[in-house]
Write a protein that binds this ligand. Sequence first.
Ligand code: S3P
Length: 766
Amino acid sequence: MLFEQVCIIGLGLIGASLAQAIKDRQLVGRLVAVDRHALSIEAALKDNVIDAGSDSLLDVVEGSDCIIIAVPVKTVALIFEDIEQAMHKGLVKADCVISDVSSTKLNVVDAAKKVFHELPIGFVPAHPIAGAEQSGYSARRGNLFVNHSLIICELTSTEPEAIEKVSKLWKSVGAKIMNMDVEHHDAVLAYTSHLPHLLAFNLVEQLASHDDNMDIFRYAAGGFRDFSRIAASDPVMWHDIFIANKPALLNALDEYSSYLAKLRNLIDNEDSTELLGLLGRAQSARKHFGHMLTSTPYTKQLSDPSNTDNFMTTSSNASSAYIITPSTTINGSIHVPGDKSISHRSIMFGSLAEGVTKVTGFLEGEDALATLQAFRDMGVTIEGPENGEVTIHGVGINGLKPSNTPLYMGNSGTTMRLLSGILAAQSFDSVLTGDASLSKRPMERVAKPLREMGATIQTTGERGTAPISITGSAKRGSKLKGITYDMPVASAQVKSCLLLAGLWAEGKTTVIQPEISRDHTERMLSAFGYNVDVEGNKISVIGGGKMTACNIAVPADISSAAFFMVAASIAKDSEITINKVGMNPTRTGVIDILKLMNANITISNETYVGNEPVADITIKSATLKGIQIPEEFVPLAIDEFPVLFIAASCAQGQTVLTGAKELRIKESDRIAVMAEGLIQLGVNCTVTEDGIIIEGKGDNSESEAVFGGGEIYSHHDHRIAMSFSIASLRANDTIKIEGVETVNTSFPGFAELCNSIGMNIAVKSA
Ligand code: S3P
C-alpha cells in the first residue's frame, strides 16, 4: 500500500478521476473525500469510489497520511487553513504528505506560506497535465492520467520521501513524472495552456458579439470549431487561473500581441515570402516538435498529434520491428526514392542561392527532412515537400538568420558536417544537436580543419562529438581564411564541409582527397553558378562569390537501389529493373563489386537528370562468388557494404574486405553490427581491424538457404535493418528485425516496395 489513508479534497474532474484511478488499482488502504457538494459525495459513496466522505475536512481526515487538494486555485488557501486546523487538533501528523493538482504553482506555494508560516515537510506541489472540457464528478475517468505528465515542483523544504511517495502514487495511475521549479512551471504553463485558453475564449467572444453572429456561427467551419473547442471549459476555473498566474500570463500575452502585429504587417504588405515562411515554419514545428522532444523520427506520426501533452509523454525508446517470412523469388520493375546526398545539398544550396529553386524527386526521408527543417529554422521559406517537390525561396549567401533553438539534425551526419562549414562563417552563433547515434559520431574531423580556417567551433560531447557549438566568424568581425587541406580520409562530408566554408573564406580553399569520394557538392555548386576548380583529387573554391537559383531533379538513390541489386542476385529465378537510378561514377562502386562477384547486371537507357547521369539497372539471379574487394572501390561503395555482406554470405567462397575502417563510424559500427547479425543467422565471419572476412555459404549443395531465422537489432542504423531484410530471400526461417523505424532515414516505403515484388515483410508498430 502506498498510503494508509488518502484524503482527496474536491471531487471535480481531476479529484474524482484520481479517486477512481486509485480505487480501480487498489493503491491505498482507505480513500476518503471532501466536497462541498453533498451530491458528489453521495454519488462517490454509492459508486464505491470512496470509503467515506463529507463536506467538512475535519469529519473524515483523521488518520490520513496523504491529502490531495483538487479544488479551484482560488480556494486552495482556505483548504490550507482547514488542514492546519486538522494538524493542530492532532487528526493528521505534521509529516502528512500534502499535495495539490493546481495549474498555477507560485500562488499555491505563497498561500501555504501564509497559512503554515513554515512550509510543511510533506508539502509537494504537483500538477497533472490532463483534463477535458467536461467537468465535475460525473466526468471522471479512471484512465485520465495514463501517459500524461505530472509536473512536480520540488521545494527545498520538502522531505525527499514525500516527493518519492507522491511520484509513486501518480506513476501508479499511469502518469509520467517531470520536475520543474515553481516559476518555470508557471511561465511554461502560461504559454502552453493558459494563453491558448484565453485566446479561444476571446475568439468566441469576438465572434459572438458581432451583429451577424448567427450567420458567423451557422457557417462556422472546422477552423473555428477546432480553435474554439477549449472555450467550452469551465469559465470560473479559467477566471481563477488567469488571475492566479497574472504575471506570467501577461508576459505571454504581450509577446503574442507583438507576433500578431508582425503577422498583420505581413498581410498588409502582401509579403508572400515572409508570410509563407512563417506559416511553413509553424506547420513543421507543429508536426515535428514532438519528434524532436522524444528523439523519434520526423516521418513517424505520434499516436495523437492533436494532443499536445503527448508531445511530452510519447516514449523515446519506442521501436518498430519487421517480421519477415522467407520468400524465394522476386520480380518487377521498381522506382526507389530520391538520392539522399543530392536531396540534402539541394536544400542547402537552394537556401543560399539568390532566387527560387524548385526541386523534384526530393527524398522525403528523415535525414533530408532534418536538413530542410534546419534551414526553415534559419529563416528560409521552403514550400513542401509534397510528392517530392520542394520550392526554396533562396535568401542569398548572407541571408541566413540565427535559429531560436538548437538545430536538430536527427540521425544525419551529412547535415551536421556540411552545416558546420556553413555556420562557421555566419554572423550568428549556432548549436547543432542530433539523436543518440549521431551524437556518437566523430565531429572533430570537420571541426579541426575548420579551426585551421579560423573558425570558433567546439564539439561539446564527450569524445569530439555533438552537440557542436559554433561562434560565427562574421559575428566576431573576422573572415575565415582559405586553406589547403590534405584530407586524412576520403570523406565527401569533410570535403563538402570545407568547400562550403570556403564560400565565405578569404582567398582559395583547397581540399586534397586521398581517394575519390562522391562529388555531388562540386557538381551542384557548378549548377548554381559557383566556380569550382577540380584537378584530379584537388578541389578548390574561391570565397566571396554568389549562387543563383536553379531547378534540381534528384535522381533515384543508388544506395537504395543496392538493396534490390543484391536481392535479385541472391534470390532464385528473379529479375528486377530499377528505373532512373543515379549513376554518378563516384557512387557506382556497388555495381563494380557485384560484377566482380559474378552478378548479372545490365545498364540501359543511360541519360542525364540535371547534371547527374542516370540509367535503368536490370539484375537477374546469379551464382555469386567470393572476392577480395579492391580497396579503391571502398569510398565508391561506402554506404552499400552492409548489403554487400549479405551478397558475400550467399556467394561461393570467401569475401575479404580491407581498407574500410570508415565503416566503423557510420550510423553504427557497420562491421561489428553486421558481423553480430551474420553470426546470429548462422554465417561465419571474422572481423578485422579495417574490414571483415565472410565465409560464403553459396556452395552448400544440400540447401539453398544460407541464413537461419533469428532476431536482429538495427542499432539505429537504417542500412543494417534493410540489409538483413534482404537476407530473408535465402533464409529458412523467420527473421525479426528490431528498430526499423530508422529505415525512414533514407527509404520511406521500403517494406511496401519489398512486398510489391514478392517479399513478405510484416511491420509491427511500436
Ligand atoms: C555522404 C558521404 C558519405 C556517406 C554518407 C553521405 C554525403 O560519408 O557515407 O551517407 O552525402 O556526403 P563520408 O563522406 O563521411 O564517407
